[in-house]
Ligand binder design. Structure first.
Ligand code: SF4
Ligand code: SF4
Length: 189
């Protein structure tokens, strides 16, 4: 750990600990496993400058062969110039910078809340993965009927977990963390 990221790592530990509890609470609806990477294949991955610098600290430690693959991925994404893209750090269905991944990646797969307070399903809910058993594709909404029909033990709780909420947590202020500007991952590269 470098001094630069000391407070940030303390903050991350606290976020990870909270997320662990959230995933445990929602476990009936979760099917994440190694090698499952749909959540890293379509997105814009917004993050702050501090998170980006932290991610790049891990990138610097990677084998040169992997680094070259990542550089090639970045070139392809920039050439395609699309809003949604496969993360360049995803190598062989696995995150090459996993321990240093941004907040947004840590919350992949959880049932969260959109800006209007409605349930925001993980993108993989439409692929038969997390929360798919209670996702009404037609209405694009949570189905109470499906929760009851599938005999789930808990009603899924919706967590407020977007980047803005996380970065404004009191603990971040206590640690005096300056996150810096935020933008899409590809725009930092
Ligand atoms: S940084 Fe890692 S976890 Fe996040 S989208 Fe990229 S590959 Fe996935
Ligand atoms: S969030 Fe969805 S796509 Fe990502 S690992 Fe979990 S189940 Fe797979």
């Amino acid at each position: 750990m470098t001094d630069k990221f000391k407070n940030f790592e303390a903050f991350l530990q606290s976020i990870d600990s909270d997320l662990k509890k959230i995933f445990e609470y929602q476990q009936e609806y979760i099917c994440c496993k190694n090698g499952c990477s749909f959540c890293c294949e379509q997105g814009d991955y917004p993050l702050s400058k501090l998170e980006f610098e932290y991610l790049m600290e891990e990138f610097a430690k990677l084998d040169n062969k992997i680094k070259i693959q990542i550089y090639q991925n970045i070139i392809e994404i920039k050439q395609a110039d699309e809003e949604s893209y496969k993360c360049p750090f995803l190598i062989n269905h696995s995150c090459s910078v996993y321990s240093h991944r941004p907040f947004v990646c840590r919350t992949f797969g959880v049932l969260t809340e959109d800006s209007k307070g409605n349930p925001a399903f993980p993108s993989c809910a439409t692929k038969g993965l997390n929360f798919s058993q209670i996702y009404d594709e037609e209405k694009q909404h949570l189905s109470v009927e499906l929760v009851e029909k599938n005999h789930f033990k808990i009603f899924p709780k919706i967590f407020r977990l977007n980047n803005k909420v996380i970065m404004n947590l009191p603990f971040a202020k206590e640690l005096n963390i300056d996150f810096g500007e935020a933008k899409r991952l590809i725009d930092f590269l």
